[in-house]
Structure formats: C-alpha cells, structure tokens
Design a protein around this ligand. Structure first.
Ligand code: GLU
Length: 463
C-alpha cells in the first residue's frame, strides 16, 4: 500500500509531467504561429485547462493528441473579386478552416468583418471543435469568412459578394463534408444569397449544405433565436444552481446583433431588466428597460447604428465608447459582441459594481485577465464555448430536419435547445468536479468537449 504522502507525490509528478507536456506543445505551436495572437490565446486557454486530464491519463500524450488537435486538417484561402455599385472591381480575402472532423462533418459559421484574418478564423475554428462536441451532436469543427465589410453596402453589392465567395467555397463544402452557417455579418440574407449560388452551381437542391437558412428554404424555426436564447438558458441553469434567478435582476448585454437581441429577449422573458446594449461605436443606457422592438427595427430591418435609439427614446443615453458599457452596474453581464471586448479593467469595474454572473454569448469576449478577475472574486462565469453553443446546436438540428425532409415546430426546437443547454451545463459542472475544480466551468467545459473528440481521434488511428 502506498502512503498518503507517496500518493500525493505521484499525483504531483503526474501534474508536473502534464504541465511540461502542455507547455512543450504550446511552445511548438507558438514557434510556428507566433504572429497569430487570437489563435494562440484560444489554444493557451484550452491547453492550460486540460492539465488535470493529462496528469491522470497518459494515452492522450502517447497519441500526440495536442500536437494533432492544434493543427487544422486543412486551410483554404482564396480571392473574392466582386464589382461594386460604381462598377469598380473590389477584391477581398476568403477563408475556410476545416479544423477537425473526428466526430462529424466540419461545422461552423462564416464571419464577414474587416477584422477577419487567418488568426481570427483559426481561433474561432479551434473553439468550434470543443463547442460542437459539447452539444452532443455529430459535428466537427470549422470556421470561415472574409475581411469584407457589409456595413454600408447595398443589397446588390452584398449579393454579388456572396455569389463570388460561394463560387470558390462550393468546391470545398457539402452536406456530408463541411456545413457553413452565419456569424458576425452573416445572417439569413447572406445565407440565402450563398445558398442560391451553391444550388445553381451544383445543379442540385442540397438543403443541408448550409444552416441558418430562411425557413422558406429549409431553415429551422428557432435558429435565429438559438444562440441568444441558449446563452440565457445556460446562465439560468448556472445561477439557479446557486439559488439565484433572472427575475428582478439588472442585466447588461453588449452588442446589438443577432446573439445580443435574442439574449435580451429571453433575459426579459425570464424577468430580467436589460438596461444597456451596444455596437462597435458606442452604447446606450435606458433605465426604463431597453425597448427591443426599437433595437430590432434599427438592427434587423434598417441596418442602422445603435445611437439612433435615443431618437425614439429621449430618456435613454448614448455614450461614444463601446467598452464603457461595463461601467453600467448590473447583476448579470452578457458579453455578446466580439472577441476581447471585456478586459481586466472592465472586469474589475463589473466586480466593484457587484456583478454576480457573467455569461459569454460571443466567442472569447473576455480576455484571460478578465476571466481570472471573475474567478478570483467568485463571480459565476459561463464560458462562450458552453454558453453560446445553442446556435450551432440548432444548426445541427437543422441538418437533421433537412436530411429527413421535414420540419419541427418552434416549440419542438426550443424544447430540444433547452435540454441541450441543460446537458452542456451538467457535463461541464460534473467534469469540473471530477477533476477537482468544483464550479470552474471553463475547465469543465474544455475537458468535456476535449475528451469526446480526443477519444474519437484515437479510435480513428493516426490521421
Ligand atoms: N457562428 C456560430 C458559432 O459561433 C454558429 C455556427 C453554426 O451554426 O454552424 O457557433
């Protein structure tokens, strides 16, 4: 029999050895991709949180799983030429990163935003592997997009861009290979234009090649709402587990795009009072409670700036500085805009103002330093990979409906979404506890997402 001290020593050795393995592989990734800062940030966060797994299980090291999982199976980058309304030729860059297909066809959105580059698409694709695994659906990880800026473009320009983008992308995707969807700058309008072009080039109606379609072309009911609703369902599970609820809480939601709008809608439905939201130029505060009809009209119909909200609601205030939104006191903060929008300073201000829970609707909206501040101050923290998985989960439900050639009602889809978010919360919570990190959902979600993919990779051999 080993003494208690010897057992402790063995487990310390295991941890030390696991740390060395993780740091060795991370440094290899850094040597090759040192210039891809967002990608490295995402890799570092996942790798660090997996140390407890590697210290208990040797097989992942023997099978070089980290070395393999951090390298995309394939990256496609291409030219996207198009003609603007002034008959000028424009050129953008297009990308599709097919990161990991262990558990299903590559699945993940397309982002159209001027900040898009290979690092951004790789960080998103890498996160997508674990997020998709957490949903329990058979979908691998991928992501794509372009540095095209849809802001201020006419419908015709958007259509011509989407058609050119799809003309190249169609060579690499299909219902059983890679299934793109929306993300920032890509909604049902863009998906519609891309689906039309795919159908025309392929000469076949393959509905399952894209998700987030308009329901008239085979889109799932409830897909538009799914990421925002799912985030609130997840946060609701997390806070109810600790005896809190949305009812009567003051809520701040950054962003005013698709994720933010439906996070606000569900938070309000559960009795929360949403007092602030934002866009990349500034934020609005309305202590009467944000009027969602106005935000929907401005953002979904007119494609206008959030600043215009004050023209409809003179009591509300507009501030020119998107990140200042974290100075608005709240019980629950939902960052739903974009990566690294919530830094250490924002986190400190939220904590000083008494925030109790933070749920990430966007992908990697909090910096590592911000997450550390929340965890040190016992703020309940729901990481994006888990909390915003509802969008892609309903995308997988859309794929299922397309292949069965039927459509579920909104209620059926919403019920499934709720169950999926509950399951994700429970598996993240239980993996965190299994590895001795109670209530640390960052560690729990990464471990739960990772193990399924890693075990499947091992079963498929060295590929
Ligand atoms: N872009 C979303 C995400 O970040 C959804 C992807 C999808 O539906 O495939 O998960």
């Amino acid at each position: 029999m080993k003494t208690e001290a010897e057992i402790q020593q063995v487990s310390k050795t295991g941890t030390k050895q696991a740390e060395e393995y993780v740091h060795k592989v991370f440094n290899q990734v850094k040597d090759v991709y040192g210039h891809e800062s967002e990608f490295l940030q995402a890799v570092e966060e996942v790798f660090e949180s997996l140390i407890p797994v590697f210290s208990k299980e040797q097989k992942y090291q023997d099978q070089a799983i980290l070395e393999r999982i951090a390298e995309p199976e394939r990256i496609i980058s291409f030219r996207v030429p198009w003609v603007d309304d002034k008959h000028q030729i424009q050129v953008n860059r297009g990308y599709r990163v097919q990161f990991n297909s262990a558990i299903g066809p590559y699945k993940g959105g397309l982002r159209f935003h001027p900040s898009v580059n290979q690092s951004i698409i790789k960080f998103l694709g890498f996160e997508q592997i674990f997020k998709n695994s957490l949903t329990g659906q058979p979908i691998g990880g991928g992501k794509g997009g372009s540095d095209f800026d849809p802001k201020g473009k006419s419908d015709q320009e958007i259509m011509r861009f989407c058609q050119s983008f799809m003309t190249e992308l169609m060579k690499h995707i299909g219902p059983d290979t890679d299934v793109p969807a929306g993300d920032i700058g890509v909604g049902a309008r863009e998906i519609g234009f891309m689906f039309g072009q795919y159908k025309r080039l392929r000469g076949a109606y393959e509905a399952g090649v894209l998700t987030g379609k308009n329901p008239v072309s085979g889109g799932s009911l409830g897909r538009k709402e799914a990421t925002g609703y799912g985030t609130v369902y997840f946060v609701d599970e997390m806070i109810r587990d600790k005896g809190m609820s949305f009812d009567g809480s003051q809520v701040v939601v950054s962003g005013s795009g698709n994720v933010s709008i439906y996070a606000m809608e569900k938070a309000m439905e559960l009795g929360g009072k949403v007092v602030a939201c934002s866009d990349s130029q500034g934020y609005i505060v309305d202590y009467n409670g944000i009027c969602l009809d106005t935000v929907k009209q401005l953002k979904e119909v007119e494609y206008k700036r959030i600043k215009e909200y004050t023209h409809h609601h003179p009591d509300a205030h507009y501030f020119e500085d998107g990140e200042g939104i974290w100075s608005v006191p709240c019980d629950i903060a939902l960052p739903c805009a974009t990566q690294n929008e919530l830094d250490e300073l924002g986190a400190k201000i939220l904590v000083a103002n008494g925030v109790k829970a933070v749920g990430e609707g966007a992908n990697m909206p909090s910096t590592k330093a911000a997450v550390d501040i929340f965890q040190q101050n016992n703020v309940l923290f729901a990481p994006g990979k888990a909390a915003n998985a509802g969008g892609v989960a309903v995308s997988a439900l859309e794929m299922a409906q397309n292949s069965m050639r039927l459509s579920w009602t909104l209620e059926e889809v919403d019920e499934k979404l709720k169950d999926i978010m509950k399951d994700i919360f429970e598996s993240a919570k239980s993996e965190a506890a299994n590895y001795g990190h109670d209530d640390n959902l960052v560690i729990g979600a990464n471990i739960a997402g990772f193990k399924k993919v890693a075990d499947t990779m091992i079963s498929q051999g060295v590929i």
